[in-house]
Ligand binder design. Structure first.
Ligand code: GDP
Ligand code: MG
Length: 290
């Protein structure tokens, strides 16, 4: 039996969350074309014949500007501390030096596999240049070209992961997929819709807290609060005559229903909490850890 912790690191938008979902065959991490979508460390258990890989998706590595960012970078750090293997993912179209700086700054003490992602977007010759650059780096034990968004065959990457996974018993029961509660993922689905429906600073200044989660016989009843920083943002989330929040509610409910495989009744409230991103108490209340 092989089992261990596999952490995914990379710059914002490299495709970390897309990769986690692709490997799991399940949508656990939310994804958007906007940077800084992932705020938590998301752990997912990839269970197979004779192995358990505990995958960690992490927030993209950035320079903290708010306490929220510090918490996000702490999620990166904790994921670094228990890793047995690091997956260093980069957008193959980016300047390799940018990701290289991030990978080097991690000061990895464990083996790393470099993943050249979004290879569906470039010609093989272009990928070859990036490949040569990363293969020459001391932290790169192995390298593989992938397309997290379009690829369906994951055996080559899985084999690489297994190559570096330590021997040992499973850490978690093999019928579980994650250690985070279901309600967390439901809040994340609402947050993902906010990234797609709203522009500018709204997604970044908003968070979602599930305040009530009840499984009834025929449906799941969920109440969630959308927390914003200003009254003007609340007005945008609500929209004219409540138009936007209704749309947000409908789309979120559909996403949650697909995730839970059951009917959902979703109730949304909007709350104004000035500067919640810099308020230790609020951050804790909203699940951004210690
Ligand atoms: P993260 O910030 O590293 O977690 O990146 P995401 O997983 O949220 O992905 C960022 C954006 O890149 C999203 O719009 C994804 O759909 C897109 N993306 C991720 N992987 C690929 C890929 O292999 N090919 C293409 N074309 N787009 C991708
Ligand atoms: Mg992400």
């Amino acid at each position: 039996m092989k089992s261990g912790f596999v952490s995914i690191f990379g710059r914002p938008n490299a495709g970390k969350s897309t990769l986690l979902n692709a490997l799991m065959g399940e949508k656990l991490a939310i994804i958007s074309p906007k940077v800084q979508t992932t705020r938590h460390r998301i752990r997912a258990f990839l269970n197979g014949e004779g192995y358990q890989a505990i995958l960690s998706d992490t927030p993209g590595i950035i320079k903290p500007e708010y306490k929220l960012h510090e918490k996000m970078m702490r999620a990166v750090k904790s994921s670094l501390e228990d890793a047995d293997l690091a997956l260093l993912i980069t957008d193959v179209r980016d300047k390799p030096e940018l990701s290289h700086d991030v990978f080097q700054a991690l000061r990895l003490k464990v083996p790393a596999v470099v993943l050249l992602n979004k290879c569906d977007k470039v010609k093989p010759e272009e990928a070859a240049k990036a490949e040569a650059f990363f293969r020459a780096q001391p932290y790169c034990k192995d390298l593989i070209r992938i397309s997290a968004a379009t690829q369906t065959e994951w055996k080559p990457l899985l084999d690489l992961i297994l190559k570096y996974l330590p021997e040992g018993d499973a850490f978690f029961p093999d019928d579980e997929m994650t250690d985070l509660p279901t309600r967390f993922f439901c809040g994340e689905m609402v947050r993902e819709r906010i990234y797609t429906l709203f522009e500018d600073e709204i997604p970044y200044q908003t968070t979602v807290v599930v305040t009530d989660f009840k499984e009834k016989t025929s449906l799941v009843k969920i109440t969630a609060e959308i927390v914003v920083q200003r009254e003007s943002q609340k007005a945008i989330i609500l929209g004219e005559g409540g138009k936007m929040i209704r749309r947000l509610g409908t789309e979120s409910r559909q996403a949650i229903e697909a995730f839970l495989g059951s009917k959902v009744f979703l109730e949304l409230f909007v709350k104004v909490r000035p500067k919640w991103r810099d308020n230790e108490l609020h951050l804790r209340e909203y699940g951004y850890g210690a």
